[in-house]
Design a protein. Structure first.
Length: 143
């Protein structure tokens, strides 16, 4: 298995996911893909389904995918999110990630974007007292 982040960076990202999911019922995942032959958004659509992210109760999953060989990334929200948020909803997260990626600080870019996603999704999908964590918080890697 390929590793992109070191253990400390992975722990920071997973902690950011867990913290963000305390503000929203949305489910956030991070996936690292190595050797992708298609654009990041196409890969993200495939991985989204493979990870079962389209099976959440409110269809409010968010995938951040890094296609490291292609030097691309994608942020993909499920149908439930995209039906209620403005078209430009993901622009701030994209810009924030790009700013840090240009400096080579991938973990911080993702960590800050996750925090922002949790905060922004809270308006549309607030955390519920009976909320169940429907998806794992760990980073997934292609095999």
């Amino acid at each position: 298995m390929v590793r992109f982040f070191n253990k400390e960076e992975e722990a920071r990202i997973v902690a950011a996911i867990r913290e963000a999911e305390l503000a929203t019922s949305g489910e956030i995942r991070v996936h690292v893909e190595v050797g992708a032959r298609k654009p990041a958004l196409d890969v993200a659509k495939r991985i989204f389904q493979e990870l079962g992210m389209d099976d959440t109760q409110d269809r409010n999953g968010v995938l951040i995918l890094l296609a490291v060989d292609r030097r691309e990334f994608a942020i993909l929200g499920d149908k439930g999110i995209n039906e209620v948020v403005p078209k430009s909803f993901w622009d701030d997260e994209r810009d924030l990630m790009q700013q840090h990626f240009k400096l080579g600080d991938f973990a911080t870019g993702i960590e800050l974007a996750i925090q922002q996603i949790g905060k922004n999704l809270r308006e549309y999908f607030p955390y519920q007292s009976d909320d169940v964590n429907e998806l794992p918080d760990e980073i997934s890697y292609n095999r």
